[in-house]
Design a protein around this ligand. Structure first.
Ligand code: 5AD
Ligand code: SF4
Length: 489
């Protein structure tokens, strides 16, 4: 209720700003860093801006409002932001552009301090828990000519019903939960996104039904740890109920179950099953699950739901048990490999992608070899590789024996060489096969060609009529080219 009132209030600000901007033909630009969750947040920022009479431009010079939606998972994003802010100074002086910076990096005090000191011409700073208040903050800058700093340290609530302008008309992201309780020792996310909290099954199902109605074919469920969807809510319930009398416990349990469940959804597995039934949606993906929470019911749901893609992203991070322990990942090399075996046995045609960090503090040459060993064994479809980056405030940052940059880079190159050789080999297996492809649009490099993706997210380029865009078609794969396949109708 409280959150509904808050959104209502923001809608009033949207109307006020819209009134101010009427007939001015104003523009906005937005730069999004980081993960798909951030991209989904940016779609909401765009939604709010468009309702306030701004139209999007890719050219920062002509924007009246410029938004940066930041990430802080690795340090290169910081350099990028500061570089961009420097470039904007002249534009701001000439045009009076309103500069707004939001997202994960703004939850770090040393960053906001630096912005206020070195880039004082920034108008709005907002964090991960105050995105929904963007209309209010913008109004105050426009009307009251006051700079706004709007950052909450405590857990944000879940706000439903923000406007949204999606990047695609075919594929849509749906955030199902936010925050993380895992505290992997290299990771800043739990500090900047707060504790886990899930959207209600009802809100998610209704959003997906609405997407299907609009013609969307593919959805990607997003969360820092999707397979603990609703876990925190259930734990909270148990915690609250344990202090009540038994009679009350029973009453409340029923009341709570009624409140939580919708179409039988009370976990990630049941959510997949419910979404699988929605007519019009043809593909369901999700990122990212945590290997330690990959329960049998989720494996079963992937196996039995025809729309759930058989490419699963399963972040490994390291293939060495000691490093995994230091990383606080709560699984061993063997447990990871056993999980992969179990999944492959139950899910026909399963392929996997993963995240790997090289050069975590203390990682020895031999321990790094274990990572290569797992990569060789699992033969991932895709590997996202990262060089360990120290994040202020994390346990990893305080560890001694940080690995010198040179060694980190060498290990990265070695891993990259292995991964690329595997991809080439792996791509061969597609040549000559028939693949179901969801056609996404024209190819970026060649307007004459169309591009789409297979179930396991491989890009396929092919010749075809533009009215195929948005359709699921079958293509014969004729050749492979490292990052894409070529197909024929
Ligand atoms: N350094 C390098 N990579 C990191 N990741 C998270 N934190 C760090 C860090 N400090 C990687 C992990 C995660 C992905 C989203 O980013 O592999 O899965
Ligand atoms: Fe970071 Fe680990 Fe949480 Fe993923 S599970 S967001 S890596 S702390």
């Amino acid at each position: 209720m409280e959150t509904e009132q808050e959104i209502e209030k923001q809608r009033e600000y949207i109307v006020k700003v819209k009134e101010i901007n009427k007939n001015k033909k104003l523009k906005y630009s937005i730069l999004t860093m980081g993960c798909q969750l951030n991209e989904n947040d940016s779609e909401k920022i765009c939604g709010m801006l468009e309702e306030m009479e701004y139209t999007k431009t890719e050219d920062q010079k002509e924007a009246d409002v410029t938004v940066f939606n930041t990430c802080c998972v690795r340090e290169n994003a910081e350099d990028k932001l500061f570089g961009k802010l420097g470039e904007l100074k002249k534009i701001k002086e000439a045009k009076g552009t309103i500069i707004a910076i939001g997202g994960c990096m703004m939850q770090e005090k040393h960053i906001t301090d630096k912005i206020k000191e070195s880039y004082p011409y920034t108008d709005i700073i907002f964090g991960t828990h105050t995105l929904h208040k963007f209309p209010e903050n913008l109004y105050k800058v426009l009307e009251e000519k006051r700079k706004q700093e709007d950052i909450l340290d405590i857990e944000g609530k879940i706000y439903e019903g923000l406007p949204i302008k999606r990047d695609s008309k075919i594929k849509a992201s749906v955030t199902i939960m936010n925050g993380c309780n895992n505290f992997c020792s290299y990771c800043i996310v739990p500090y900047v996104r707060g504790r886990e909290r899930s959207r209600t099954p009802k809100a998610i199902i209704e959003e997906v039904k609405d997407l299907a109605k609009q013609g969307y074919k593919e959805i990607t469920l997003l969360g820092q740890n999707v397979n603990s969807y609703l876990r925190a809510e259930k734990n909270k319930k148990t915690l609250e109920l344990s202090i009540l009398s038994e009679q009350k416990y029973k009453e409340n349990e029923q009341a709570n179950v009624k409140f939580e469940e919708y179409e039988g959804v009370n976990s990630f597995a049941t959510l997949l099953k419910a979404l699988n039934k929605i007519k019009g949606i043809e593909r369901i993906r999700f990122v990212s699950p945590h290997p330690k929470d990959f329960t049998d019911d989720v494996i079963e749901a992937i196996a039995t739901c025809d729309k759930v893609c058989k490419l699963v992203h399963l972040p490994l991070q390291s293939g060495n048990t000691k490093v995994l322990k230091e990383m606080n990942r709560k699984y061993t090399k063997e447990q990871y490999l056993n999980l992969v075996e179990k999944m492959k046995a139950r899910i026909p045609n399963l392929t996997l992608s993963t995240d790997i960090i090289v050069g975590f503090p203390g990682e020895t040459k031999e321990e790094f070899e274990d990572t290569l060993d797992v990569v060789r064994k699992v033969k991932f479809e895709q590997v996202y590789m990262f060089i360990y980056s120290r994040r202020v405030g994390t346990l990893g940052d305080n560890m001694e024996n940080q690995i010198p940059d040179e060694i980190k880079h060498k290990r990265f190159d070695k891993l990259k060489t292995l991964v690329e050789s595997q991809i080439e080999e792996n791509n061969q297996k597609y040549v000559g096969t028939i693949q179901k492809v969801l056609v996404e649009g024209t190819s970026k490099n060649n307007e004459e060609m169309l591009t789409g993706r297979t179930d396991n997210n491989k890009v396929v380029i092919f010749e075809g009529d533009k009215n195929l865009i948005g359709k699921m078609i079958e293509l014969k794969i004729v050749s492979e080219h490292m990052w894409y396949l070529k197909g024929n109708m």
